[in-house]
Write a protein that binds this ligand. Structure first.
Ligand code: COA
Length: 332
């Protein structure tokens, strides 16, 4: 039987501090009603401790995975850290996580595909397992979005939160695991969602700071249109490619950017809203964290059974987008 990469454990970390829509009402001209209606978000978590960053949240999520499988950190072969908010430009956040959890036998690297980061990381990690080369791969998605948010920009600040989620991939021959994925990029989206400065094109300078170029910029309307089409199309495509109908899908686990984008994707897939894992209301958009956080929440609610067909779907900056078909491995 073909070797597949099964998800055998899922862990998460959410910082304790909560930033509510009411808090934003005090910061700028907005209302709880506007934010909820346009995005579905009520509150988000913020990592306030200035001495902690993305690697801290990722390491916490990874520790929970190790606990679940009763593993020694030395058992881990590979760590893929998916993020757009690395602790530093280098070294890679994956190396910081490796050191923090004591995974001395693992190698690691970072993967930047913005909000599609976890999906791209999952597909990448699955390849390393499917070849038979590695047996325990941690794929971690997480972002400290509060570190790149302009809290005077009401159109962007309301959308994002901090958090991280991790999965363990292990080889399986029982037909469950990551069975297919379709990944896409379109760099012409670069003008609509970006963090302009801090890279080699615009290194930090008084000018970049003055112009707020170290924060996220998003043309929300344009990104929204592309996200609706991209996420819905690729989800429908992966179902058609694998002869899956709406009734075959147990759950859609979508990237949580906007409730209206999620609804459009579910409609296009022909699945009803009860089969969609949604937690955007509590966490906002945690970028590479959303899918593993949603997975973790679903597992806490004991929603999945062995053999369930799950579709993961995401859209993000780049543009990047994609979908994965996962046959779930264990009863939750
Ligand atoms: N509170 C109140 N009003 C706000 C506001 C806020 N927080 N933010 C923006 N507005 C105003 C705008 O200024 C605009 O006013 P105007 O018509 O007087 O110019 C009006 O609301 C409509 O703004 P618009 O940007 O057209 O709203 P929208 O319906 O497109 O919703 C987003 C804005 C950001 C919620 C939406 O575009 C979105 O979710 N985009 C995609 C997000 C996404 O998926 N990003 C990441 C991909 S991973």
């Amino acid at each position: 039987m073909k070797l597949t990469a099964a998800i055998t454990a899922v862990g998460k970390y959410l910082p304790p501090d909560v930033l509510t829509n009411a808090d934003f009402e005090k910061l700028f001209d907005t209302t709880d009603e506007w934010i909820k209606t346009r995005t579905g978000i009520s509150e988000r978590r913020i990592l306030k401790d200035p001495s902690k960053a993305t690697s801290f949240m990722m390491a916490e999520a990874a520790r929970r995975v190790l606990e679940q499988r009763n593993l020694d950190p030395l058992d881990i072969d590979l760590i893929i850290a998916c993020t757009v908010t690395p602790d530093m430009m280098f070294p890679a956040t994956a190396c910081l996580v490796q050191n923090e959890i004591g995974a001395k036998n693992a190698f690691g690297f970072d993967l930047n595909a913005a909000c599609s980061g976890f999906l791209f990381g999952l597909s990448t990690g699955a390849q390393f397992v499917e070849t038979g080369r590695y047996k325990k791969v941690l794929v971690i998605g997480g972002d400290k979005m509060s570190s790149i948010i302009d809290y005077t920009d009401r159109t962007t600040a309301i959308l994002f939160g901090d958090g991280a989620g991790a999965v363990l991939l292990e080889p399986s021959t029982d037909g469950t695991g990551v069975l297919d994925h379709i990944l896409r990029s379109d760099g012409s989206g670069k003008d609509f969602l970006y963090q302009k400065a801090g890279g080699s094109l615009h290194p930090a300078s008084p000018e970049t700071i003055h112009n707020h170029w170290h924060y996220i910029y998003q043309d929300g309307k344009t990104v929204f249109k592309s996200a609706v089409t991209g996420m819905a199309d690729v989800s429908a495509e992966i179902m058609a490619k694998n002869n899956l109908q709406g009734q075959d899908i147990a759950y859609l686990i979508p990237h949580q950017a906007n409730l209206r984008i999620i609804d459009a994707t579910a409609n296009r897939m022909g699945i009803d809203s009860g089969k969609v894992i949604i937690n955007i209301g509590r966490y906002g958009n945690t970028t590479a964290g959303t899918i593993p956080l949603a997975l973790s929440d679903a597992i806490e609610q004991k929603l999945f059974k062995r053999g369930d067909n799950l579709i993961f779907a995401a859209f993000g900056a780049g543009y990047t987008w994609g979908a994965a078909w996962v046959k779930w491995t264990y009863n939750t």
